[in-house]
Design a protein around this ligand. Structure first.
Ligand code: ZN
Length: 98
């Protein structure tokens, strides 16, 4: 799991999971409070990781009935939610130029 860029405190799986569930909400370091935001690369990666299995499930399972397809979707979402926090990259929010 990724560490804080400022103080090297390790983020927890739960912090990233909650962030993911709240549409990539920024996470604050538990030790120094520095706000980290998800990188745009991670967003693209996560979208692809979700999109590709859904397309594959759609191709192979639609003929087998809607329930099997929905079950496959449910499994895909569950697996994604479990593993994405390990793969997500966060970075310290750049200073706003407003
Ligand atoms: Zn920190």
């Amino acid at each position: 799991m990724q560490k804080c860029e400022v103080c090297n405190t390790r983020f927890s799986w739960k912090q990233f999971f909650v962030s993911l569930m709240l549409a990539y909400r920024p996470v604050a370091c538990r030790s120094c409070g520095t706000i980290h935001t998800v990188t745009s690369k991670t967003r693209v990666f996560a979208a692809l990781l979700l999109f590709v299995p859904v397309v594959i499930a759609n191709l192979y399972l639609m003929g087998s009935g809607i329930y099997l397809f929905l079950l496959a979707l449910l499994i895909i979402f569950a697996v994604e939610a479990l593993f994405l926090p390990f793969l997500m990259k966060y970075t310290v929010e750049p200073a706003s130029e407003e």
